[in-house]
Design a protein around this ligand. Structure first.
Ligand code: GTP
Length: 412
């Protein structure tokens, strides 16, 4: 059954009792009237009709998510149900617990987490169908060197969005935290006001060490945040490693935040990151830094003209903002929504997300295969010995790899 032009709306744009109407689906009155099969009406006002979620599930012919929990114990099923229900009702504590579950490295917990994720995915699919196939949330990657003002920016930007009725989640990707023992990002003390805002959720760094692990949990955390009703998901990463390349592969729009500093001070920033940016913002364009900010903006505008075109409908832009005074932040959001709308109407956004799903799948395969290889009985004991021989120059890396791969294949 096809429902024409079903719209998901932020209820509080139309009604004042925000919490009461949360998670209800609104369709326009004309669409309601031309579809005889839609009967259970919970609420009705001049322009919009409200349907309950259970009705929308029936309409989408989804497999009941209950079927996905086969194989779990009653306790585990109870946990999945509790987290799922809490999540879709927008409880932050359940979202936090669900993300902790997907970050777990224990095999059993990983299985439970996957069941929860499947349920959230089914919920997503049905909500997106009701939204005419349009994504429910805007996924934005944010990167920049330490000290560029990312947290000051997120605090200011996030507050502006929540005041406008959006729900914002901030996820920090920081693989360095596991090696250095300290976290560069995701520290809630850096965004004190936003972390107290009930319509914002800030998640500290993932705890799994490898970039692959972090990528996986961040991708899954994005889905959970969206399931929790967050319609703007910011993924923050520090722009001096590999993580921002991974983040660019999970978001709709990638933004680079730079300080008004010249080439020498930005040596840590890799050229590749600039190529990936859909928007470059020069922060701290206030006071004495206004003039240097203007100069850097002009430099980036001309440099970016030389970059390969990645989209048919969008040329990367360079803007000036001040996270301290808030100047330019609203214009920046306008540019971001312009980007999203153009990408959506041209079909590029959906194509990008599809491609990202494939990249994600292969990343997971790569990560798991390597883990499987390293722990396989046929090679596990040989690895240290062959590594030693490569280090001492007795064996070439190529030959050592061939020997290990052969042992692995023979042992399958
Ligand atoms: N003048 C001015 N200073 C700013 C602005 N934004 C941030 N700062 C200052 O720049 C410094 C670094 O800001 P942060 O927001 O901590 O920068 P960050 O990119 O999150 O840095 P890390 O926490 O090191 O990753 C702080 O002293 C801020 O007060 C701005 O718009 N104008």
């Amino acid at each position: 059954m096809k429902i024409p032009s079903v719209l998901l709306r932020f209820p509080h744009r139309y009604f004042s009792k925000r919490t009461y109407f949360k998670n209800l689906t609104f369709i326009s009155r004309s669409d309601f009237l031309c579809n005889e099969s839609l009967t259970p009406v919970h609420l009705h006002c001049s322009k919009w009709i409200c349907l309950s979620k259970c009705l929308s599930r029936e309409l989408c012919h989804q497999t009941p998510p209950e079927q996905e929990s086969e194989g779990l114990s009653d306790r585990e099923k109870g946990l999945v149900d509790r987290l799922y229900n809490g999540l879709v009702q927008g409880h932050r504590a359940c979202l936090a617990e669900a993300i902790t579950l997907i970050e777990s490295t224990q095999t059993r917990k990983k299985q439970v987490a996957q069941v929860l994720l499947q349920k959230v995915l089914s919920y997503h699919r049905e909500q997106e169908k009701l939204n005419q196939g349009k994504p429910l949330a805007f996924r934005v990657g944010l990167s920049g060197p330490p000290g560029a003002g990312k947290s000051t920016f997120i605090e200011c930007f996030g507050k502006m969005l929540t005041e406008r009725g959006h729900k914002v989640s901030v996820l920090a990707v920081d693989p360095s935290s596991s090696t250095s023992g300290g976290s560069l990002l995701g520290d809630k003390t850096r965004m004190t006001e936003l972390s107290r805002d009930m319509n914002a959720y800030i998640r500290p760094s993932p705890t799994r060490g490898t970039l692959g692990g972090v990528t996986r949990t961040t991708n899954e955390a994005i889905l959970l945040c969206e399931g929790g009703g967050y319609n703007v998901v910011l993924v923050e990463t520090v722009g001096v490693g590999q993580s921002e390349f991974a983040v660019a592969d999970m978001v709709d729009m990638f933004i680079l935040v730079l300080p008004p500093a010249g080439g020498d001070e930005l040596q840590g920033i890799k050229r590749g990151i600039i190529e990936m940016a859909d928007l470059v913002v020069i922060n701290k364009a206030d006071g004495d830094l206004t003039v240097p900010a203007r100069r850097i903006q002009a430099e980036y505008v001309s440099a970016m003209k030389l970059l390969r075109k990645r989209s048919k409908v969008w040329r990367p832009k360079v803007m000036r903002i001040s996270a301290k005074t808030g100047e330019g932040i609203s214009d920046m959001w306008d540019k971001m929504t312009e980007f999203r709308d153009l990408m959506l109407t041209s079909g590029e956004l959906i194509a990008k997300r599809r491609k990202q799903q494939k990249v994600w799948m292969w990343n997971l395969i790569q990560e798991n295969m390597l883990e499987h290889f390293r722990s396989h009985l046929a090679v596990k004991d040989k690895i240290p010995l062959l590594e030693e021989k490569v280090l001492s120059g007795v064996l070439s890396p190529g030959l050592a790899a061939d020997l290990l791969l052969k042992a692995f294949k023979d042992g399958l």
